[in-house]
Ligand binder design. Structure first.
Ligand SMILES: Cc1cc2nc3c(=O)[nH]c(=O)nc-3n(C[C@H](O)[C@H](O)[C@H](O)COP(=O)(O)OP(=O)(O)OC[C@H]3O[C@@H](n4cnc5c(N)ncnc54)[C@H](O)[C@@H]3O)c2cc1C
Ligand SMILES: *[C@@H]1O[C@H](CO)[C@@H](O)[C@H](O)[C@H]1NC(C)=O
Length: 402
């Protein structure tokens, strides 16, 4: 009896082993066929081989990890691609689309990797990763107030290249310089100039895409419907966006920024209440963001802190007079205001000291990486004070470990 059991167990183990081995070989063969397909479809003048990384490549993990911007998806249990293609030329994207289709595998497109749920580099289906970070050229033309920007560029690079050529131009986009153009613009892109200039996608004039048939198309050849979709609908559902032609916007040579923090003891509730009633209706040059967190007072007790962070497209004197009239409860003073250039205001909004050289915007490594879970919602009516107070209570209850 004992012997029989042992035999059964051994047979089971070998079956499991065999099936693992069989699967591994199958994957290997699949990989090889896929690689062959890519090589077959590459343009002789733009060899694709140096853009291919398989799990056998020694730098496979580091290439994969270098644009993971959420530590939740940097785990050994996170599903991995069977191949990464770091496209160096549009023909490589065309090869990726063609081979992905003929092999029936999913293609994930990654630009800056800031997707909140890792959608650009995680899938439960067998998939390969088309990584766009090498395609990052930025061509700014101040005369026409436009720029062609490849999607592998970061927002920081876009801001830097504009500032290099003009002190009075900018681009309305998000406040985190390491966010990628590809995901950001195709998903709309909101930031601190949106009250005056709308979202990034409102400032797109043309685009270059590779469609599902591997064709390279511009605005005219793709048609207005598709052009509409890739300005807010999320690029990956429709095509690989190779580049956007953006419209630059005018900014004054001097802008004003401030950050003012107020705790409950400093009337945070009343100030937040007033902010809700005035912020949406202020002059379009003025944007004030509210952030809420819990801090510990010197007494050791917790309190709620409201931080008001602002960009004003104008000088501090005009700002102070607007604030005195429209948002007096914040008590903004001259010493809170910092006059600077628009490009430096980007540093301020990223908590980078203003003395820092703006070259820091070219740095692709985020200052910190976290385990992120983010969700958005839109408040259509002001939250009543009683609602705010119960929100504070809940936040202080939940906040531990500070
Ligand atoms: C720290 C942080 C700060 C942020 N701040 C802001 C902010 O201030 N304002 C704001 O609006 N958003 C902000 N975001 C959200 C960010 O704009 C979106 O997550 C955006 O999609 C990221 O773009 P990406 O290229 O970096 O991301 P990716 O993860 O590379 O891509 C995001 C999505 O777009 C698709 N995609 C990427 N490139 C292409 C392409 N070339 N063609 C087709 N599809 C493509 C991907 O497949 C994926 O579905 C922030 C995110 C983080 C993590
Ligand atoms: C991501 O995971 C790898 C492998 O465990 C590790 O070497 C790397 O440091 C991690 N990255 C970050 C930013 O924590």
């Amino acid at each position: 009896m004992g012997k029989l059991k042992a035999v059964v167990v051994v047979t089971m183990i070998s079956t499991v082993l065999l099936s693992i081995l069989w699967r591994a070989t199958l994957h290997l063969e699949d990989n090889e066929n896929f690689v062959r397909c890519l090589l077959d479809h590459s343009h002789p003048s733009h060899p694709i081989s140096s853009a291919i990384y398989t799990p056998k490549s020694s730098s496979f993990s580091s290439v994969l990890e270098s644009y993971i911007r959420n530590l939740r998806f940097n785990e050994s249990s996170t599903p991995k691609p069977f191949l990464i293609l770091t496209a160096l030329h549009e023909s490589h994207i065309q090869a990726a689309v063609t081979c992905g289709k003929s092999h029936g595998v999913q293609m994930k497109i990654r630009s800056g990797g800031h997707d909140y749920e890792g959608l650009s580099y995680v899938s439960t289906l067998p998939f390969f990763l088309l990584d766009m970070f090498n395609l990052r050229s930025i061509d700014v033309d101040i005369e026409t107030e436009t720029a062609w920007v490849q999607t592998g560029a970061t927002l920081g690079e876009v801001f830097y290249r504009i500032a290099e050529k003009s002190k009075t131009h900018g681009f309305p986009a998000g406040v985190c310089p390491t966010v990628g153009v590809g995901g950001h613009i195709s998903g709309a892109g909101y930031g601190n100039m949106m009250r005056k200039y709308g979202v990034s996608a409102d400032n797109v004039l043309d685009a270059l895409i590779i469609d599902a048939n591997g064709r390279l198309l511009d605005r005219q050849s793709m048609g207005e419907d598709l052009f509409w979709a890739i300005r807010g609908g999320g690029g990956a559902s429709f095509a690989v966006v190779l580049a956007y032609k953006i419209k630059l916007v005018r900014v004054p040579e001097t802008v004003t920024v401030f950050q003012v923090d107020r705790t409950l003891e400093e009337d945070a509730t009343d100030i937040v209440d007033q902010w809700q009633h005035v912020a949406y209706n202020l002059p379009q040059e003025l944007f004030i963001r509210l952030m809420l967190d819990v801090v510990v007072k010197s007494s050791g007790e917790k309190t709620l802190r409201a931080s008001f962070v602002s960009l004003f497209l104008g000088d501090s004197e005009s700002l102070l007079s607007i604030m005195k009239e429209r948002f007096p409860k914040l008590g903004l003073s001259k010493s809170d205001c910092i006059e600077t250039s628009w490009v430096k205001s980007v540093l301020f909004w990223s908590n980078i000291p203003l003395e820092t050289d703006i070259q820091v915007l070219l740095d692709r490594t985020p200052q910190t990486l976290d385990y992120l879970k983010r969700k958005s919602d839109y408040v259509r009516e002001p939250i009543p004070k009683a609602g705010l107070e119960s929100l504070w209570k809940k936040m202080m209850e939940l906040e531990t470990g500070i």
